[in-house]
Structures are given as C-alpha cells and as structure tokens.
Design a protein around this ligand. Structure first.
Ligand code: UDP
Length: 501
C-alpha cells in the first residue's frame, strides 16, 4: 500500500541565512514529530522548500534579490533607504502592484509545483498529468505573503470546484525577532507565528487578528532544541562529576553558586552543556572563551573585531603574567567563525595574523555545529542576526552586538538589552572594552559575575521548544486539510456513482 504523505511548500528566499535555516528546521521538526510522536503525527510530511524569487523571478532585479541583498547589507545606508521606503504606504503599494504585475504567472507556476514530483514517475516538477500541488503553503520570508495568497485564491477558485477564495491552508512563520517589515503581516493568513511580543503587536497593527497569531519563538536548527542534539551520544561520554573534580576557573572564585533553571540542570546532567567536554570534543582548550561570528556570511566587520578582541586578550594575559609568574601558556581563547567570508578567514589565520602564545585562537569558515561552539563559549560577539541571538539565548550565552542591519535587525538590540543578556557596542574598541569588563574578576557583584547574571537572563528568554511547537501546529493544519481532501474525494466518488446510475 502506498504511504500516505502530506505536503507543505515552504516559500522563502536566501536573503541572509536565516530563512532557509528556519525552513530546514521546520522540515526536520516534522520528521522528528513523525518519528517520536507517531500516534499524534502518523503521516509523513514532505517539505518543498523553494527560493521563489531566485528560481521563479521572471527577470532582473526580481531574480537577483539574493546578491542585491548581500550588496545592500554591505552598504547599509542603501539597505536602510530600501527598507524604510518599502515600509511606507507608497512603498507597500508599489511592491504589491509591481509583484502582481510581473510575477503572478511565474509564481503561480511555483505554487502549482508538485512536491512529490520526484516520486511520481513521469511527471515534471510543474505539473504532469498526475501532479498535485502542496496541501499547504508556509512562508518564512517577508515577501512571500501577499502575492502567494492571491494566487492560491485564484487556484482554489477554479471552474471545477464551487469554492470561492482560498482553501489551501497558508501560514506565515516570522523569522525576525525584535523588529519586522510590515510585509510580513497579511490579515488573510490562517496563522501567523511570531517569536516575540514586539512582533505580535506589529502583527496586530497590521490587522492580523489575535486569533490568527501564535507566539512560540523563532524556529531554529535541531542542535538547539531541548534534547534535540545528539543527546544519547553526549550523555554517555561525560558526567558532572568530572566538573566537580576540576578546580574552579579563576573568574568563579569567591562567589556563591547560582540556582540554574531545572531544564538546564537536566540537560547538563545529560552532558549536553558540559563546557569542558564540548570544548575537548572540538579541540578547544578549557579557557575563558570569546566567540566571534557575523551571520552566515561573516559580515559586520569581523576582522577588525577579532583583531581588537585578540589584542585585548593578549594584554589581559600580559597583565596577569606580570602579577604571577611569567609563562607562555594560553590564558584566554578566541574562536572566530567567518561563515562564508573566505577573505576574513584568510586574513585572520597565520601567516597573515600571528596571535601571541597567551591567547589560543581558532579561525573557522562555515561550521555546521554552531550549537557546540556556542556551548563552548563564555561571550559571543555577533551582528544582531535574529537566528544567532535566539541560538545564543538557548545556550545561555551573553552577547555583545557589534552591528545591525537598519530596519529588521535594529529591534534585536533592545530585545537583547531588555532581556538582560547583552549590549550593543558599535566599535571594535568598545567590544574589546566590554570583553575585558565581562571577563575581569572585579565584575563579581553581589548577584554573581556579570556573565553569570546574563547567562541566566539569556536562559530565561530562550525558547528551545519553539520549533517543535510551531511544527506541531502546522502539522495539525495540514492533517486537517488532508482529511478534508479525502472527504472531498469520497464525495466526488459518490456523485460520480449517482450520475452513472
Ligand atoms: N551559521 C552557521 N554556521 C556558520 C555561520 C553561521 O550555521 O558558520 C548560522 C547561525 O548559527 C545562524 C545563521 O547562520 O543560525 C545566521 O542567521 P542570522 O539570523 O543570525 O543572520 P543572517 O545570516 O540571516 O543575516
């Protein structure tokens, strides 16, 4: 018997790494739900993730949003203008009008495409004789609401059916955090998933009704879910006893142990958060560690930031050397993850840069285990990317935000500051000062160290269950639709029998 499969088309564009990352996270979550909760989610869900602008945009510049976004992100004044104009009534109207004028047919082809084309022999992606379009559509991109909704309404209202308007379920999953462009919000959607109260209010302002809005958190990759990582592997390899036998690091002397959230303790018991173990497995030293990242593309000036932080760590080590015995052992550690920014990786690696012996420096390109690097670190320096911030929060990692894209990332700065797990420093010097302050022994307060207090705040703001929660709701929606389609199929057969009789 053929396996029954529900299909979801996920619309996005690769403008920044976050949209595809969220789409992939949802796809993984559907698979996990099907495996781990088979009674509730008996049907496999197949996702068709498509960069609708790159793959279906009819001509330049519509099919070049990805390189254009990269370009504008480098020259942020351009991006600011584009973003702010796009948020005015005129900008919104123009966007709507031009997209409908030029992209309706092309995007219609996309929405008609069969997510199971590969397994239905003989049919092309865009509709052979047996092609069936997705049972449901989900958008994880600000520019994938208005036109797809119109197209679905027209596809659903064809001559053969008596439906008027859209019946294919449609949901938006917002992948921004502290601020979002108005195009994210369309009051015609069935559900709008928002990660924060600020964005819930933004949705309400755009006439999305309370009943349509669901607030769980940002969908992020499996390694950051509660018990989502390779938890069996890590649990066998370590225990907290090891940690107790080790001397306390210098910055923890003389302070009382703070209570950790229950879930965190549970995870640590499983070895997931055991810093020395994870450091060891990554080939890192067990030292105070600063992690520097710049989103998927290594943007935001990471070379200058890493240089300033590296030099500051050297001078901190030199000061400690003055007051104790002189030695050449590393005392601090810095990990720089350059993502796709190859030139930054080359510039920061030897022989281009030579870091002194008292600071252990690791420079990486794109890594697929960001969760492990975050769990190995004490401080994160990052541009204000929503994905990175949400991930850091789950890892209890205090953040220094080094830059933000005007518009959509601007709101992430108050999000971090108000939640108490970081601050914004716009210059390499300011970042180095803050690293020094946070690492310094004198930053021990009556509440604990600054880093510890911020770690707790980060964990309080964390939403490690968001991805699975969103996926459960979406799965329920697509299952309901599937049932509806089945009933219709049955009705059709009954009618056919009646006519034949
Ligand atoms: N990322 C990664 N490996 C890298 C660099 C970044 O997996 O080497 C991930 C990071 O963990 C985050 C995403 O890329 O999930 C970046 O998303 P964010 O929203 O922070 O910034 P964007 O790249 O979308 O501007």
């Amino acid at each position: 018997k053929e396996e029954e499969v529900a299909t979801i088309q996920i619309l996005m564009s690769d403008t920044g790494g976050g949209h595809r990352a969220s789409a992939n996270a949802l796809r993984d979550a559907f698979n996990v739900l099907h495996e781990t909760e088979p009674h509730r989610f008996p049907m496999r869900i197949e996702c068709d993730i498509v960069d609708i602008y790159t793959d279906y945009g009819p001509f330049w510049p519509i099919n070049a949003y990805v390189p254009l976004y990269k370009f504008m992100a480098e020259y942020s004044f351009l991006w600011k203008w584009f973003y702010e104009f796009g948020a005015t009534e005129l900008g919104l109207w123009m966007n709507d009008f031009l997209l409908e004028l030029f992209c309706f047919e092309a995007f219609e082809r996309c929405l008609r495409r069969d997510p199971l084309a590969n397994s239905r022999a003989g049919d092309g992606v865009e509709g052979g004789a047996n092609a069936v379009r997705a049972d449901m559509v989900v958008s994880v991109h600000p520019l994938c609401q208005d036109l797809p909704l119109k197209i679905l309404a027209s596809l659903d209202t064809d001559g053969r059916s008596r439906t008027e308007g859209r019946v294919t379920p449609f949901a938006t999953v917002v992948t921004d955090l502290g601020g979002a462009h108005p195009t994210w919000f369309n009051k015609g959607v069935d559900k709008c998933f928002v990660p924060s109260t600020v964005l819930k209010n933004a949705a309400l302002q755009r006439q999305v009704q309370e009943s349509q809005i669901v607030q769980y958190g940002l969908p992020i990759r499996r390694g950051f879910w509660r018990f989502g990582a390779d938890y069996n592997q890590s649990s066998s390899s370590s225990s907290n006893d090891d940690a107790e036998q080790k001397p306390k690091p210098f910055w923890q002397f003389g302070k009382k142990t703070k209570k950790q959230p229950a879930d965190d303790i549970q995870m640590e018991e499983k070895g997931m958060h055991h810093k020395p173990t994870i450091r060891d497995s990554l080939g890192l030293l067990d030292l105070p560690t600063v992690l520097i990242v710049g989103g998927g593309d290594g943007m935001g000036g990471i070379v200058n930031q890493a240089t300033a932080v590296g030099e500051r760590l050297q001078s901190l080590a030199a000061k400690r050397n003055d007051s104790s015995s002189n030695n050449n052992d590393p005392m601090y550690q810095m990990v720089v993850i350059c993502g796709n920014n190859k030139s930054a990786q080359i510039a920061l690696s030897p022989p281009q840069t030579n870091w002194g012996s008292n600071v252990a420096v690791n420079v990486k390109g794109f890594v697929n285990n960001m969760d492990e690097f975050m769990r190995s670190s004490d401080i994160l320096v990052t541009k204000a990317g929503p994905g990175t911030i949400a991930e850091a929060s789950i890892c209890g990692l205090p953040c220094i935000l080094s830059s933000f894209l005007p518009g959509q990332e601007e709101g992430n700065v108050p999000y971090v500051e108000e939640n108490g797990f970081g601050c914004y420093k716009g210059t390499p010097e300011g970042i180095a000062d803050t690293v020094e302050e946070w690492l310094s022994v004198s930053s021990v307060t009556t509440e604990g160290t600054i880093l510890e207090t911020m770690r707790e705040c980060a964990l309080n703001a964390a939403r490690p269950d968001a991805t699975l929660d969103i996926a459960r709701d979406l799965a329920d929606m697509v299952y309901t639709r599937k049932e509806e389609l089945k009933r219709k199929g049955v009705e059709k057969k009954v009618n056919e029998v009646a006519v034949a009789a």
